[in-house]
Each structure stands twice: as structure tokens, then as C-alpha cells.
Design a binder for this molecule. Sequence first.
Ligand SMILES: NC(=O)C1=CN([C@@H]2O[C@H](COP(=O)(O)OP(=O)(O)OC[C@H]3O[C@@H](n4cnc5c(N)ncnc54)[C@H](O)[C@@H]3O)[C@@H](O)[C@H]2O)[C@@H](O)CC1
Ligand SMILES: Nc1ncnc2c1ncn2[C@@H]1O[C@H](COP(=O)(O)OP(=O)(O)O)[C@@H](O)[C@H]1O
Length: 353
Amino acid sequence: MDMLTLDYIKTLLPTRPDESHKMTFGNVLNIAGSINYRGAAYLSSMAALRVGAGYVSLASSSCVCNSITAQTPNIVTIPLVTQTALMSSAITSTAKIISKLDQYEHTDPEAISVDAVKQLWVKLQQTSVVSVGSGLSLMGTDDQPRSPNEPQNDSDPQVQQDNLQLKGNFDFFCHLMKAIETSVTKLILDADGINFYAKMIQSPNDETLPSFKLPTQSVLTPHPKELSRLLAVDVTDIQQQREHYATLAATKFGAVVVLKGHKTVITDGQQTFINSTGNSALAKAGTGDVLTGMIAGFCAQGMAPLEAACLSVYLHGLAGDLVSKQQSCYSLLASELLDYIPKAIQLVLQKTA
Ligand SMILES: NC(=O)C1=CN([C@@H]2O[C@H](COP(=O)(O)OP(=O)(O)OC[C@H]3O[C@@H](n4cnc5c(N)ncnc54)[C@H](O)[C@@H]3O)[C@@H](O)[C@H]2O)[C@@H](O)CC1
Ligand SMILES: Nc1ncnc2c1ncn2[C@@H]1O[C@H](COP(=O)(O)OP(=O)(O)O)[C@@H](O)[C@H]1O
């Protein structure tokens, strides 16, 4: 186990040759966001650009893409066909309306259609790095209010698995992951992408859950609760033995695991690093989406997943430390963290000189 040091981080920053163009610095395809989580799509895409990726495309529903384009001209968007759009083009009679509404009764009207995978097919062949999951709604979590009579057995990880309901973009995600399995080498899987993977791993005999393999160079970015789902281990146990469980997961899933939180653990199962930057300012909604985008952005610049994850986690924490120095650890917004990434990079570069 090694603490991440500035000296080591200095050696990781990718070089920027003068003889270059945008594609020299990589191409990220970010599949993120949904009707309630448009911000996650913005934060993850912008973070990939902020760490130096040359080209970032966001693939999401039209409502998400339109919101992002209204906020920034920097992200190329790929609006994906939704179930609602397909429904309206398919409906020609009242009888059809009733049968279609019945079919889609339990789905999110803005959910992306499985047909969208065809839209992405060529792009998947051309892209070196794909990030999936930030704000992409696939599951209902187990945090629904319960009646006072219901047993409060949160400590049983099996119950946590059972309470995760598939919803929203689940069908699209399953087809997407099958396509990614055959065409993508570097994948960063976040948020509900991890929750779905956990459900798949924990229910190997469930035929309603299509299975997929992670690409050879994958990064999983769980927070402790997501790791507790992946391993079916209580979240308290995870927090007591963070390195142990992160390493176990990395070995079991053949991926780099970034176990987020105070002193984030980064491991590929053989080498393990502990982060030395960051503070409670980062405990704010959306900062994890920023981290996912950073890892994707560095992977796109040719970095190996373990090094890209170490560099991203360190700089993300350093950006949080710079914010804290300037405005205390109370007020950070995830969107402001994006503006501190350049300052964190500059600090590392200055130390190099
Ligand atoms: N502006 C936006 O659009 C944002 C979108 N986000 C997206 O929203 C989706 C769901 O995020 P949520 O924040 O609802 O769900 P989370 O999975 O982050 O949190 C669900 C529950 O997990 C537990 N948990 C979370 N972090 C933990 C930790 N470090 N230790 C122990 N338990 C922990 C808590 O009980 C929490 O209520 C994700 O796809 C995410 O990417 C969020 O990142 C917030 C901002
Ligand atoms: N107290 C803390 N100290 C250091 N880093 C923290 C702290 N709290 C949260 N973080 C960092 O902030 C990010 C939060 O990510 P996550 O839990 O996925 O939130 P969200 O889903 O809202 O983006 C992670 O990178 C985590 O390591």
C-alpha cells in the first residue's frame, strides 16, 4: 500500500506535444444523465475536457442533450432515441395507444430505447474510452421511506440487493453493455452502472438480467454503499477494512477499483494506493460525477486505468483543498470544482519546474 505523493503524481501527468491536434488527446464517449440527473451529464463531460481530453461526446436522451447544449457549447451531443419518441411514431389508432401505454406503463417516458445502441454502434468502434453511468437512471435505490412496522434490516446486504428495482434505462443499458463488451477496451463504470453490475453478479441465475463482461481495462468507481452491493458485504465492514475490500473487488472483477470517500483507495488488486488529498468540501452532490469524467479524460490521453485513476483522485482532492483554503469547506458546488481542476494541475506543474 502506498500513499499518493506529489512526487509520484508529477510523473503521471501526460505530456502535451506542440505537434498535436484534438484527436492526439483522445476521444471520450460519455453515456450519462437522465431526466432528473442532467447535472451529472454536464459535470462528467466537462471534467473530461478540463483534464485535457481533446473531444468529448455526450450520448443521452434529447431532453438531457438540449439542457447541456443550453449550458455550454463545449460538449458534442448525441441525442438518443427515447421510448416516448418511438411510441408516438408507432401509435396510429386508439387501440394501439392503449396497448402501447400498457406496455410502457412502468417505464420512464424519457427512457432511452434499445434502438439507440444502433445509433452508437459506429461511435463505439471509433472511441477509445467510454464512461457509463453518471446520472443514468437504471435502478430505484433502497432508500424509500418505510412504514414504522416494517423491519429496519439495512445491515443485511442481501436485503439491499432485493430492494433495488430495475427501471428507466435498464433495457438500453443491457444492450449497450453487450455492444461495449465487443468494441471498447477502456470503460469507466459509475453510479447505477455499478448498481446494475452488482445486481447481475449477485443474481447469477436470474434470466431476466442479461449478463455482460467488463472490458479488459475497466475502472469501477464505487462509493462504500455501491461496493457493499458489489460484494454483498455490510457497508460498516467495508468502511472498517477499505483497502481489503477494494482489493478483493478489483481481483474478483478484474478491474481497477476506486473506493471513494475520505482517503480514497485506488487498486488493481496488486498495487494499492491511498489518496492524501481532499476534505469534507467534496462531500457534495455531483463531485463523484466530476471524478468519473476526470478518469475518462486521462484514459483518453493514453494513460493506463490505474495511473489515470490515481492522477484523477489526487487532482480532484487537491482541487477540493484549494477550494477549502479560499472559501472554507462548506460552500463548494460540484460545478465550481470544475474551475479548480486547472488550478490543481497548475500547482502540480509548478512543482515540476
Ligand atoms: N446534479 C446531478 O444531476 C447529480 C446527479 N447525481 C447522480 O444521481 C444518481 C444517484 O445519486 P444519489 O446521490 O441519489 O445516490 P447515491 O448512490 O450516491 O446515494 C444513495 C444512498 O447511498 C448511501 N451512500 C452514498 N454515499 C455513501 C457513502 N460514501 N458511504 C455510505 N453510504 C453512502 C446513502 O444512504 C445515500 O442515500 C447517480 O447516477 C449520480 O451520478 C448525483 O451525483 C448528484 C448530482
Ligand atoms: N470527507 C471527504 N473527504 C474527502 N473526499 C470526499 C469526502 N466526501 C466525499 N469525498 C469525495 O467526493 C466524491 C463523492 O462522490 P459520490 O459519493 O459518488 O457523490 P455524487 O454521486 O453525489 O457525485 C468522491 O470522489 C469522494 O471521494
